[in-house]
Design a protein around this ligand. Sequence first.
Ligand code: SF4
Length: 270
Amino acid sequence: MINSDEDVKNIIEKERDFFNKSKDAKKILTIILRLCEKYSFVKNQTYPRPSHPLEEKRKDPYYTLIAIILSLRTTLENETRAVQNFMNRYKSIEDVLNSNESELAEVIKIAGMPQKKANTIIKLSQYIQQYYNGDIWNAKTDSVQETRERLLNMPGVGEKSADCMLELGFDMPSMVVDINVFRTASRIFGEKWANNPDFSNKKQIKSIKDRLENSLPRDYLTYQIAHTMILLQGKHICKSKCKCENCFITDCCDFYREKNKEEKQEELEL
Ligand code: SF4
């Protein structure tokens, strides 16, 4: 469990031997340590979950899944308010099952698409009730792959939501490649599509997921830390139009190196 930003550094330091084993892993270690100096892990955790650093947000993974659904296509602020409204009104899955779609839609409307999200939440809750006796923990097995497949069979759960549930709800090592992680990691690793990353391209996403997972020890806390740090870097600095002039990991970025090489070459040719 991570309770403070100090814990974050200790967890990473403990894995130093693993990180020294490959070029990609060494690079990720340097990047994580540097980003940890810049961003607070603890302050940037949103979804309620069993291992949330803040006690008031330590919740059953059912609420993690609900938060993931509510977070789709909305702002962080509206997502947070909708999740809080949901948690205030529904204290258990039974409460949701005893409710109805229009009441639920009213509770979560700040998150946008209330009817659609309410419909998904009701169907999902009925599914968990039917197949897992109303307890989402029963969907977790020892295998990441098997648990992932079980999650993907649930109504409204796609690949990214399943990875989020594995990494945050079930504390299992499965890297979440959201749009910020995808763009930033593509550039850091200097992928051939780094100049024009296509988030609808499943092959590219899988390739980044594999590369990150191969560069990290199979430890869910390290995954949560790496995911948070790379996401924040993408959100604040490595945006679609990257702010390389403000970046503090330029020396670790293959895209930056290549871009500079090309610019110098162009200068020489003038
Ligand atoms: S150097 Fe530029 S492209 Fe590389 S990570 Fe930083 S902002 Fe992104």
